[in-house]
Design a binder for this molecule. Structure first.
Ligand SMILES: Cc1cc2nc3c(=O)[nH]c(=O)nc-3n(C[C@H](O)[C@H](O)[C@H](O)COP(=O)(O)OP(=O)(O)OC[C@H]3O[C@@H](n4cnc5c(N)ncnc54)[C@H](O)[C@@H]3O)c2cc1C
Length: 489
């Protein structure tokens, strides 16, 4: 019975609207309470064990799929990041055979440590919840809700808000989880636990594939070969699968920004009072997120040449100088960060492709559409991709319960997935680029002085570019955020 419920909810796309979902819209604590944290009986080596009487321990998958689908698709996935693991989880819950090739699981953890926490949007969490409520519950337990706080854009010089995003109302209206923050390593752990380590082959770097009419063969660096019905390229911004599929000319593009990331420590009573705040200045922006327990994760984007030298005096003193004109909130956050907690990296995205699939191979997540991280969207978009591609594959398997899936049928499914996703992804991708470019024209005040008799900046005249970007950001970005948060039907 539990099995059928799980299956029907995934295939019939609209999500659950139960009380537990609504409750954790208010806070993680309420949610933990509503689902009954007492069900958790032990946590050993990162593996969470739940009481036998929990509905989802019944392991619904195989029974359901055998009833509806004797033709188990065999899915190979390159990459065990967010996209690869979420897709593997959805494939497993759909009763398909799945194998994930990850070049280095410890690197995932290293990357997670380096990149710090990640913001997950309501839209993505809502879709994930349709597939596996336990995983969303575990994410909520490990994460921190920011969607019920002040979130939005501010001027970096004054710290004044000029646009606020309402993360709460769209989630409440739709009955989906509120946007939250989770440490990447925790997220990977939760996903890996749910997928099961036996489905993920570590130290397996995909180097090539052969796209035949009736099968795809994946070639690993160690010479091993694996055959499947389809290959999903979830191998990130420098995707080998993408370059083999469409040629090496779709390489990542430098954004003109170096990103410095850090975690500041505060006394819990003195944490700046917001959930997520983007401070904008000319050729710079600073994003700060409250990640709970008195810690604040931040990203400082500075317009610099890609090969600009690593600051000899250290990243912290460089940032205190470069962001020196910013408001106290920004300066205090940098001050409260230890030098060793600051990581520096050039930021890239890729140009949008007009198709993501060919033959038996399809891309998702950053492999398909890596975008700039300034609005914190890439991971959520990857999760959404997984859901909509899996929906197509489930429909395909249901239409062909007893026969091998043909190339033509796969092409139709891939096209439907692209059609579903292309507009949304292109819009988000473009808005991230526009928001980044706008900083080049941004200025709080008119600064054409000093003139012979006076300095214009002293008059604090609003710069025309400020008025334009202010108007754009103030009215367009909150609408954009509402649209992103609600997701796709
Ligand atoms: C500074 C920064 C901050 C960000 N903040 C946010 C945020 O707050 N919210 C958000 O939603 N997004 C954010 N993003 C974007 C987000 O990190 C990405 O969109 C997301 O990680 C994409 O997931 P993915 O699985 O597609 O790719 P990845 O996370 O890159 O995973 C790819 C995986 O494939 C593996 N791999 C690569 N090549 C091979 C191969 N040949 N064979 C086998 N395995 C391979 C890699 O080891 C890796 O594990 C941020 C990005 C950056 C840079």
């Amino acid at each position: 019975m539990a099995a059928s419920i799980q299956f029907l909810n995934f295939s019939a796309q609209p999500c659950f609207h139960n009380s537990a979902t609504r409750l954790h819209a208010f806070s993680t604590q309420d949610y933990k309470h509503s689902i009954g944290v007492n069900n958790r009986i032990s946590t050993t080596h990162g593996h969470v064990i739940w009481c036998e009487n929990r509905e989802y321990n019944i392991n619904p998958d195989e029974t359901v799929v055998e009833k509806t689908n004797n033709n188990k698709l065999k899915i190979l996935i390159a990459g065990g990041g967010i996209a690869g693991l979420v897709f593997a989880l959805m494939a497993k819950r759909s009763g398909f055979e799945v194998t994930v090739f990850e070049k280095d699981l410890t690197a995932i953890k290293g990357e997670g440590k380096d990149r710090g926490p990640i913001q997950l949007l309501s839209s993505a969490l809502g879709l994930l919840e349709n597939v596996d409520k336990d995983v969303v519950r575990d994410i909520s337990e490990a994460g921190y809700v920011t969607g019920d706080r002040a979130n939005g854009l501010a001027d970096a010089n004054t710290g004044n808000w000029f646009a606020k995003f309402d993360f709460l109302t769209p989630a409440l209206k739709k009955g989906i989880p509120v946007t939250q923050i989770i440490c990447r390593m925790e997220l990977q752990r939760v996903l890996l636990n749910a997928v099961g380590g036996d489905l993920v082959i570590n130290n397996s770097r995909v180097v090539d594939f052969v796209n035949d009419p009736n099968k795809v063969t994946v070639l690993l660096e160690n010479g091993e070969k694996y055959e499947g019905d389809l290959l999903v390229g979830a191998d990130g911004i420098r995707s080998v699968v993408r370059s083999k599929l469409f040629g090496p000319n779709k390489e990542p593009k430098y954004s003109n920004f170096i990103c410095y990331t850090g975690v500041a420590e505060f006394h819990p009573n003195h944490v700046p009072p917001f959930g997520y705040k983007i401070f904008i200045a000319r050729n710079q922006y600073f994003v700060a997120l409250d990640i709970g327990k008195g810690r604040m994760q931040w990203y400082a984007f500075d317009k610099e040449a890609r090969d600009s030298p690593i600051p000899s005096a250290g990243n912290k003193s460089k940032l205190l100088e470069t962001f020196g004109d910013c408001c106290d909130e920004v300066i205090r956050i940098i001050h409260n960060t230890e030098e060793h907690m600051i990581i520096r990296r050039p930021i890239h995205d890729i140009d949008m492709l007009n198709t993501w699939g060919k033959g038996r191979v399809i891309l998702l997540g950053d492999a398909a559409h890596a975008m700039l991280p300034n609005l914190g969207q890439g991971g959520s978009m990857a999760i959404e991709d997984c859901y909509w591609l899996m929906t197509e594959l489930r429909n395909l398997a249901e239409r062909n319960p007893f026969s091998t899936v043909s190339l033509d049928e796969l092409a139709i499914s891939f096209k439907r997935y692209e059609k579903k996703r292309m507009f949304r992804i292109s819009t988000v991708h473009s808005i991230c680029r526009i928001a980044s470019v706008l900083t080049s024209f941004y200025s709080t005040y008119l600064t054409i002085g000093p003139l012979p008799f006076f300095n214009m900046s002293a008059l604090r005249v609003k710069h025309p570019s400020f008025v334009v970007s202010n108007t754009l950001l103030k009215f367009v970005l909150p609408k954009f955020m509402d649209w992103v948060l609600v997701g796709q039907e």
